[in-house]
Design a protein around this ligand. Structure first.
Ligand SMILES: Nc1ncnc2c1ncn2[C@@H]1O[C@H](COP(=O)(O)OP(=O)(O)OP(=O)(O)O)[C@@H](O)[C@H]1O
Length: 684
């Protein structure tokens, strides 16, 4: 197989793979800045500077035939894909296909100029064909079966062929036509099923088609504010960089400029990059807020907003930042921008929160919400804490014996704490298993170095916390080991989703013990849903009388089943009078879904009483207590007492406590508010 630049770099610079991974890796001067943080391509995350040309011995196949480069790839709007240097000389746009090792990851060894005719070796496209798809919403555009059947701009089509994407994955088949039709979308599809392209293609196409004569940056000498047309938000720096890399490939020679902004690195480089203009900005929320506050970026020209890992972006950690960016800066409101939310998991309460950002949206599920793909063979073993290291070494040893412990098959080991990650990495390295680690206490360069080393195969084992659980696409991960299980089943789904991607199979092993008792039931369900064999001893754990119920986060019912929360919760078009209490849901935009079923509301099954996270009006429940969506999904709050005591139809005055209770501001001052004390005090 041809050697890519990253392969070569790794082999050149890490002669002793068994050496402790903590040692700083030497990179020759001529290669520095020549590949991105993750060893993918020349297009650096930090700079958009032209790369040094790699020596020919480092260049990988496949190559694009020279007669196919250049002018024929230019987009119809006449923008050439060349940058001009200060001296006015045309600089060729770095070709992300020539030297990237994605092709190797996809099992492709040569460039096929005919396009679309690739064998797709290593990709089992059929694996996706019988996945159930559910779409809800009004007037949903029909899916496409081929890329040719989708109305994308030609330059993008050419890049799709270069990527050797032979046919769209199910989420792409449905999502791309929906987005091209201008609709808002909430999409839930399994890990590794191609969601990135599903939102990138319509964005790039839309940006190209709707180019107006607006500056994407202020004229020189001005305030140097950049006005991107599209914003893609993601929760981690690594994922933002990965999205940047992907979108640069898709936007190659289209003239669309993509820029990234993320924390942990000096802002100055990103500012320099932004000053050149950015039509698509990929960012993490914290760094974006910084740029907005410095007025280096304005969101007033945003036409496309994408939230990758949307449920994570709207959970407690990120939600305030996201609300600030989306609702309190200068971004156009829903309806004037197109909003797309993607994830593999979408708890109902997060769906509810997310609907604030959307207008007349389509809800799409590919597979079941939160389910794992059955391309991943899952097993769970009972391993007491003190035996975990020994068992891990057994597994790694077996892999090595089977000859599958190499760049072609790496192992990702998840632990719960940063300290545990450092300690396990050190121990593995000492014991002859070259390992690296990644977690939030490492500096950004350390994180990048770790990921690069793992991707290159120099360290075929990476120990990680959840910082690496979402979105990362490392082609050779063959085995994910949950050394420590996460607390939340959704995190488990994302973690194991680092393998079994793009139609390939993978393996996941979980170490379970008494400390994971609460995960027993959701884990069992998750495995059953993916047609995996569940050991009897795990069922015994579920059946234990002491078992706390194993309720999935934020959901009283089993969440698997691909449900649009609007259906379960009465999202539809009730009128103000459909509730005794008045205009309960008449004022929210989900109410206009024709498929609305009044039954559940009248029968007391309003999702707001189930989940405590509604957006009813003041009149519906006696005041602002549960009308404020902001607090309603806060895990700290126990919603039971709300639904039991105040959910429904009381008016403000029906509370003895008057405004103390009904005024949300008062009631939710501080974290410690407890409804039980309201009840105890006889206020209700
Ligand atoms: N149509 C396609 N044909 C072949 N490969 C594809 C296609 N679309 C995407 N891929 C490849 O599939 C892999 C997974 O895609 P991607 O990272 O977008 O998955 P995802 O659904 O976002 O996963 P996650 O939920 O983990 O974020 C990538 O390597 C991507 O290049």
């Amino acid at each position: 197989m041809a050697m890519s630049l990253t392969d070569a770099a790794a082999e050149t610079t890490v002669p002793d793979a068994a050496a402790p991974a903590t040692r700083r890796t030497y990179v020759p001067r001529f290669l520095r800045n020549s590949y991105d943080h993750f060893g993918n391509s020349f297009s650096s995350c930090r700079f958009d500077s032209p790369p040094h040309r790699a020596p020919s011995f480092l260049q990988s196949s496949p190559r694009i035939p020279s007669n196919r480069r250049g002018s024929s790839d230019r987009e119809s709007d006449g923008r050439a894909s060349r940058h001009r240097s200060r001296r006015g000389k045309a600089r060729r746009e770095p070709n992300p296909f020539e030297i990237a090792d994605e092709f190797v990851g996809l099992g492709i060894s040569d460039y096929d100029a005919s396009g679309g005719g690739g064998s797709g070796q290593g990709i089992n496209f059929d694996a996706y064909d019988d996945i159930p798809v559910e779409v809800s919403g009004l007037d949903v555009p029909p899916p496409a079966t081929t890329f040719a059947g989708i109305d994308l701009v030609e330059a993008l089509n050419q890049n799709i062929r270069r990527c050797r994407f032979v046919k769209p994955t199910p989420v792409q088949r449905h999502a791309i036509p929906i987005l091209l039709a201008g609709r808002d979308l909430m999409a839930c599809a399994q890990t590794g099923s191609g969601k990135t392209a599903a939102f990138c293609f319509p964005i790039i196409s839309g940006v190209m088609r709707n180019r107006r004569q607006l500056p994407t940056k202020a004229p020189s000498g001005g305030d140097r504010t950049t006005f991107p047309r599209a914003l893609i938000l993601s929760p981690t720096r690594e994922l933002s960089c990965q999205i940047l890399g992907e979108s640069k490939k898709f936007a190659y020679q289209t003239g669309v400029r993509v820029v990234v902004a993320y924390g942990g690195t000096p802002i100055v480089h990103q500012l320099r990059d932004l000053e050149k203009g950015a039509e698509i900005l990929v960012a993490t929320p914290g760094r974006l807020l910084d740029l907005l506050e410095r007025a280096k970026v304005s969101l007033k020209e945003i036409k496309y907003l994408a939230l990758d890992e949307a449920d994570r972006m709207l959970d407690m950690g990120f939600e305030p930042q996201i609300r600030k960016i989306v609702q309190q800066m200068d971004m156009p409101p829903p309806g004037l921008r197109q909003t797309m939310l993607f994830s593999a998991t979408f708890p109902q309460e997060i769906q509810r929160l997310a609907s604030d950002f959307l207008s007349n949206y389509v809800f799409l599920t590919v597979g079941r919400i939160g389910s794992s793909t059955d391309l991943i063979s899952q097993s769970v073993e009972y391993v007491p804490d003190m035996d975990k290291r020994g068992r891990l070494v057994d597994l790694l040893h077996a892999q090595r014996e089977n000859g599958i412990h190499s760049k072609q098959s790496s192992t990702l080991v998840f632990v719960e704490t940063k300290r545990a990650a450092d300690s396990l990495e050190h121990w593995l390295s000492k014991n002859g298993y070259p390992a690296t680690s990644i977690h939030g206490d490492k500096t950004q360069p350390e994180r990048e170095r770790a990921l690069r080393s793992f991707k290159s195969g120099a360290t075929p084992v990476m120990v990680a916390t959840d910082v690496a659980s979402r979105g990362l696409d490392v082609p050779h991960v063959a085995h994910v080991i949950n050394f420590d299980l996460p607390k939340d089943i959704d995190d488990y789904v994302h973690r194991i989703g680092r393998t079994g991607r793009a139609g390939k199979s993978g393996k996941a092993t979980a170490f379970f013990n008494e400390g994971n008792q609460r995960l027993a039931k959701p884990l069992t369900e998750c495995m059953e849903d993916a047609n995996q064999e569940v050991p009897d001893w795990l069922y015994n754990h579920v059946a234990r009388p002491s078992y706390g119920g194993g309720r999935r986060r934020g959901s009283g019912t089993r969440r698997f089943g691909g449900r649009d929360f609007r259906k379960d919760t009465g999202g539809g078009s009730p009128t103000a009078n459909s509730h005794e209490g008045g205009n309960v849901i008449a004022d929210v935009n989900y109410a206009s879904d024709g498929s609305f079923d009044h039954e559940p509301i009248i029968g007391g099954r309003d999702y707001r009483t189930d989940t405590g996270c509604g957006n009813p009006s003041v009149k519906s429940c006696g005041g602002n207590i549960i009308t404020d969506g902001n607090y309603a999904c806060d895990d700290r709050l126990d919603h039971m007492p709300i639904s039991a005591t105040v959910g429904g139809t009381r008016s403000v005055n029906s509370y003895g406590g008057g405004n103390d209770i009904t005024d949300g501001n008062t009631a939710f001052e501080g974290d410690g508010f407890n409804y039980k004390s309201i009840i105890a005090n006889g206020w209700v």
